[in-house]
Write a protein that binds this ligand. Structure first.
Ligand code: CO
Length: 153
């Protein structure tokens, strides 16, 4: 967070500039049957869908649904140690897994989250996400029961 000066009446006051979340980058939905979910989005909802893409380093196979204002990512476990397998075990019919907001500066965002008492998952160091950009995940218990991903825009 960079301090900035705010004109208040005739005097300037130094304030902390808050990092603000930006665009909704995507909503991720874990699905038990990727082909069926793809068909649902393509044929029932009429959305533009990608081919299925295996992401071995992330342990998921993904279909990207492109909407006019954001994306939906359909996720299915890939490999033995997929991070979404336990979610699917708990929610056999699938469900919303996380939402991803863009931020301008991932490290400033992390520092702000931690200074406000929100938990950053893992080591706290950004990892390279599915879009080759640095990402962090925030604890769902600190955000109204929703796993939040922050992605550097
Ligand atoms: Co994501």
């Amino acid at each position: 967070m960079r301090p900035f000066r705010l004109k208040k009446g005739k005097e300037f006051r130094t304030c902390e500039a808050l990092t603000m979340i930006g665009r909704l980058n995507h909503v991720a939905i874990v699905v038990p049957d990727l082909a069926a979910a793809t068909a649902l989005y393509r044929d029932t909802l009429g959305a533009q869908v990608s081919e299925a893409v295996d992401m071995p380093t992330h342990g998921v196979t993904t279909v990207f649904v492109t909407l006019p204002n954001t994306k939906i990512e359909l996720l299915h476990p890939l490999g033995e140690r997929s991070p979404v397998q336990s979610f699917l075990d708990r929610n056999p019919g699938g469900g919303m897994h996380h939402i991803c907001y863009e931020v301008d500066d991932i490290l400033a965002a992390r520092d702000q989250m931690q200074s406000k008492g929100a938990r950053v998952l893992g080591t706290g160091e950004p990892r390279i996400g599915a879009h080759d950009k640095p990402v962090l995940f925030l604890h769902p218990k600190d955000f109204c029961g929703t796993l939040v991903e922050l992605e550097q825009a």
